[in-house]
Design a binder for this molecule. Structure first.
Ligand SMILES: *Cc1c(COP(=O)(O)O)cnc(C)c1O
Length: 456
């Protein structure tokens, strides 16, 4: 069904529900003049045109795409009510939907039993996991992979936790031998592993990190904000064996963060944190003089750090997972298309006269750079930024890419022949997270090739 019909249904259902209560007068204070409304709305929609076309496969840059129409419809239907999932006082219906949706995420991650809830985003979800880590192993430090999301260091700073950076290997994955040397010092209380780094989509070997952590009495937190949903492909030949094994081991960790607003087809405002030990609820214990009065059941706000939180986000996720379940055939089909596109593009780039792959994609992020003469970091960086700029500014058939900064050591590990004339460089980066990227791939490749072709 098309989006308009879905939205109409949501509005109708809401109006029908409001009519089931006693009639009341609306107040003129909230009225807006019809003409002014039309004008203001036209200005809004006009200004929104200043956005990048995230919906189109010519947008092959950052991790951005519009939500699925089902999620929009679910969100709107609930937003008209505007429930607050902090407490059952504010979100009696949508809190239960949140519990059901989160249980599905936990089952996908392999956590049973579990404790968890949705959050406003992945950063806050990671903050909660690090907070619980701090309370569980007071005074001990956090080991974070060098390619982990930059917010981990910020959140640890906020929490007053000391951190160590663990080097990564030639594919951007946490170096397990270096991690073990660090663990041997006895100082590390928590390891942050990432299944799907934001820049390269590298998947840390969780299956090797967990046993190591257990030996040294450390916790493992898995940041699967971006990569979590790829667990749906863990039994599929589309993923490398080591990647699949790492994803399958996520359920053996102590906490996991997954962002439904990344690969779960949701609008922004939807992260999730999951804990393996439901007893960690004790670290959240607090009371509120205003809430938690309508029900003796646990309120979500009693196990989360945020107060007000959108119940509509929970409704949107609940509806989406009902219609596109967390199975290989359900949501897995969306991830598989992006993964196939990434693999195929890597193959095309390998044989390209003007472009070179930076590294083989592990999930659906493709990294590549224009070939330059001579091959030197400074030239590659400048050429990458130039391709991005010219692609965006093209009058006809623009193409939207992103760049990632790569330090000289990391680059040298993949491409030792490239002259090291700078501390770091930029490579092009495309997250192929829309299934539409698959049928569009040849056009995308041709466009980027044209942009990278040296001008005579
Ligand atoms: C996006 C991302 C985050 C941050 O999540 P937000 O929802 O943007 O706050 C953290 N970790 C990883 C691996 C991510 O990809």
């Amino acid at each position: 069904m098309e989006l308009k019909r879905w939205l109409e249904h949501g509005v109708e259902a809401f109006e029908e529900w409001t009519r089931s209560y006693e009639e009341y007068e609306t107040h003129p204070a909230t009225e807006v003049a019809e003409e002014a409304r039309a004008e203001a709305f036209a200005e809004l929609t006009g200004r929104l045109r200043g956005s990048y076309p995230f919906f189109h496969p010519c947008y092959a840059g950052q991790m951005l795409k519009p939500p699925h129409p089902v999620a929009v419809a679910g969100y709107l239907a609930a937003m008209l009510v505007n429930p607050n999932n902090h407490a059952l006082d504010g979100g009696p219906a949508t809190s239960v939907m949140e519990e059901e949706a989160v249980a599905r995420l936990a089952a996908m991650a392999g956590l049973e039993p579990f404790l968890g809830h949705l959050t406003s985003n992945g950063t806050l979800a990671n903050l909660e996991a690090l907070f619980v880590a701090r309370e569980s192993s007071p005074g001990r430090s956090v080991a974070i992979g060098a390619d982990a999301h930059y917010t981990h260091a910020r959140m640890c700073h906020l929490l007053g936790m000391r951190t160590h950076t663990v080097p990564v290997d030639g594919r951007g994955r946490t170096d397990v031998a270096a991690l073990e040397r660090l663990l041997a010092s006895g100082d590390v209380g928590t390891i942050v592993a990432t299944t799907g780094t934001t820049a390269l989509g590298a998947v840390d070997p969780v299956h090797r990190i967990v046993p190591l952590a257990r030996r040294y009495g450390a916790r493992v937190h898995v940041d699967a904000a971006y990569g979590g949903f790829f667990t749906l492909l863990a039994g599929d030949p589309l993923l490398d064996d080591a990647t699949a094994e790492a994803l399958r081991a996520v359920g053996r960790s102590d906490s996991v963060v997954i962002d439904p607003h990344k690969h779960g087809l949701q609008p922004y405002g939807c992260g999730a944190v999951l804990f393996a030990d439901p007893e960690v609820a004790r670290f959240y214990r607090h009371d509120s003089p205003y809430t938690y009065f309508t029900s003796g059941r646990p309120h979500l706000g009693e196990i989360s750090l945020e107060c007000s939180r959108s119940g509509a986000a929970a409704a949107a996720l609940w509806l989406t997972l009902r219609l596109m379940p967390l199975t290989r055939e359900g949501l897995g089909g969306v991830l598989a298309a992006g993964r196939r596109a990434a693999l195929r593009w890597a193959g095309l780039l390998d044989g390209s006269p003007h472009l070179e792959p930076y590294q083989r994609p592990e999930l659906d992020i493709v990294t590549y750079y224009p070939r330059t003469e001579p091959a030197a970091l400074s030239r590659i960086g400048a050429a990458s930024r130039e391709v991005m700029r010219r692609g965006m500014e093209a009058r006809e058939n623009p193409v939207f890419l992103s760049v990632a900064r790569i330090d000289a050591d990391a680059f040298a590990r993949r491409r030792p022949h490239v002259a090291r004339d700078a501390e770091d460089t930029h490579v092009l980066r495309s997250v192929l997270m829309k299934p539409e990227s698959e049928p569009y791939l040849d056009r995308l490749h041709r466009r980027v090739m044209d942009l990278a072709r040296p001008t005579p």
